[in-house]
Design a protein. Structure first.
Length: 174
């Protein structure tokens, strides 16, 4: 099998490049070998937590603009909100004296898609970019085609967290 040959023959970094090429080109996914002594197995990302200045402004962004659903949140001793889309959860914490600072400071934010960010899959990133522009929401990067055939567009939330909206090659073919 090709994957077994590559595992034995090439360094891990080279294998990853080859595996990424095959996945992007042919939809073939190779898994890296796992240490048999490993006691921890990550299943998936459960949630992403963001510290925000204004929970209501963030609610309008994540629910009103991106169409997420607000879900019940435990009665913590600090303000916040939880939103969900499919299996994806976003936990917001209102900035307070025991939290980290909200968002990215504007003065140090590098307006680039090559920055800390997280991504939501959408049905059509080109259409999403058109909606955002029509609403006057500034984009960091307009919708563009990635080398693997996916489409991505970047914007920021009210606290300048960088958000990617993407459409996978698989979804584009549906």
């Amino acid at each position: 099998m090709l994957a077994e040959y590559l595992l034995r023959s090439v360094p891990d970094t080279m294998f990853r490049r080859v595996a990424d090429f095959f996945f992007a080109s042919f939809g073939i996914l190779f898994e890296m070998p796992v240490d048999s002594e490993c006691q921890i197995r990550v299943r998936h990302i459960d949630h992403v937590t963001l510290v925000v200045r204004d929970v209501n402004a963030s609610r309008q962004f994540y629910v009103g603009l991106l169409g997420m659903t607000e879900v019940p949140r435990p009665a913590f001793s600090f303000d916040g909100a939880w939103f969900q889309a499919g299996a994806t959860l976003i936990h917001l914490i209102a900035e307070h004296d025991r939290s980290g600072p909200a968002g990215f400071p504007v003065e140090v934010l590098m307006k680039s898609s090559r920055n800390h960010h997280f991504a939501f899959e959408v049905d059509d990133a080109y259409a999403a970019a058109a909606v955002l522009k029509a609403k006057g929401i500034p984009l960091i990067d307009d919708a563009k085609l990635r080398p693997d055939g996916a489409v991505q567009v970047f914007l920021t939330d009210p606290d300048h967290h960088v958000i990617e909206l993407c459409t996978s090659l698989r979804r584009r073919k549906e």
